[in-house]
Design a protein around this ligand. Structure first.
Ligand code: SAM
Length: 282
């Protein structure tokens, strides 16, 4: 059963980190002339209204993207904020984009987008948000199966974002299996996997185990970045999040170290907020 709706969480601290990284990665991919596939296995709706009852119920954006709105952000956040500004030409922040929307802004007409979303309502919204976009194709299909079928892509270049809701324990294992298989079919792909840091022993362990298993697949290069707004035992629920990136852009580690102190400063809730960046080459 699909109960997760991203609209409850749009623009929270985890979204800000994830989407900022998506923008940096997409900009890097566009540096080479050769076309590439952008594959988003768990796309959700694409754009969210922060005035909608889902967002209003949790108000998560208030301690997230709202803390950066109206600020003069450091250069490394300029293009991420540019996408949000373009959607919100007025003074107030009303709409917040999702991963497919952010990445789409940096694609060229030669690139291709493959989006997967299972939730009936979010699938409809996603289709509406990308109506008429010729390079985008959207499937109401399991994103893990969709990814497998697309690799290796005809373009021989791909950026993949895997962002499940992690409501079921099996999703942690599905991610590892998907990357293991992806590396066999297409070892030079760029794969970004988001995961939560949650103040509950079982969940925390599952994230840790998943990140370790991904690292142990020994891709050519691997980057694990984490950002937390408080210490693990200070906040209820999700106190931070991580991204495991297989074959990251060469300059990403430096960009993250440059930008993360700003996110800690703006979105940190307690003095134990912080970040880590680990880069490994095999
Ligand atoms: N990536 C989006 C973003 O950053 O804007 C958010 C994705 S949200 C965390 C996860 C989405 O995955 C939900 O909309 C959910 O309906 C969808 N979903 C869950 N299981 C799925 C599956 N097996 N295949 C495709 N979509 C799935």
């Amino acid at each position: 059963m699909l109960s997760y709706r991203h609209g409850f969480h749009a623009g929270n601290h985890a979204d800000v980190m994830k989407h900022w990284i998506c923008v940096l990665m997409a900009q890097y991919m566009a540096k080479k002339d050769k076309p590439y596939f952008y594959i988003d296995t768990h796309s959700a709706a694409g754009i969210y209204s922060l005035n909608d009852p889902l967002a209003k119920k949790t108000n998560e954006a208030e301690k997230g993207i709202q803390t950066l709105w109206d600020e003069k952000v450091p250069a490394v956040f300029k293009d991420y904020m540019g996408v949000i500004n373009a959607l919100n030409p007025g003074e107030r922040l009303k709409l917040y984009p999702g991963s497919p929307w952010f990445v789409r802004q940096f694609l060229r007409p030669v690139d291709k987008v493959r989006l997967f979303e299972l939730h009936p309502q979010d699938f409809q919204l996603l289709r509406k948000n990308f109506t008429g976009d010729k390079i985008v194709s959207i499937e109401k299909q399991d994103g893990f199966a969709g990814l497998k079928a697309l690799l290796p892509p005809p373009t021989k270049r791909a950026m993949v974002v895997i962002d499940p809701p992690y409501e079921q324990a099996k999703e942690y294992q599905q991610v590892v299996a998907a990357i293991e298989q992806a590396l066999k079919r297409f070892p030079i792909g760029v794969y970004a996997i988001w995961y939560p840091l949650i103040n509950r022993n079982d969940k925390q362990k599952m994230s840790e185990t998943m990140a370790r298993k991904l690292k142990n697949l020994k891709p050519k290069s691997f980057l694990d970045v984490r950002f937390w707004v408080s210490g693990a035992d200070e906040e209820q629920g999700m106190y931070g999040s991580g991204m495991a990136i297989v074959n990251p852009p060469w300059n990403l580690e430096q960009q993250l170290n440059e930008g993360l102190p700003y996110l800690v400063e703006k979105m940190g809730v307690t003095e134990n907020a912080g970040f880590s960046v680990e880069y490994i080459e095999s």
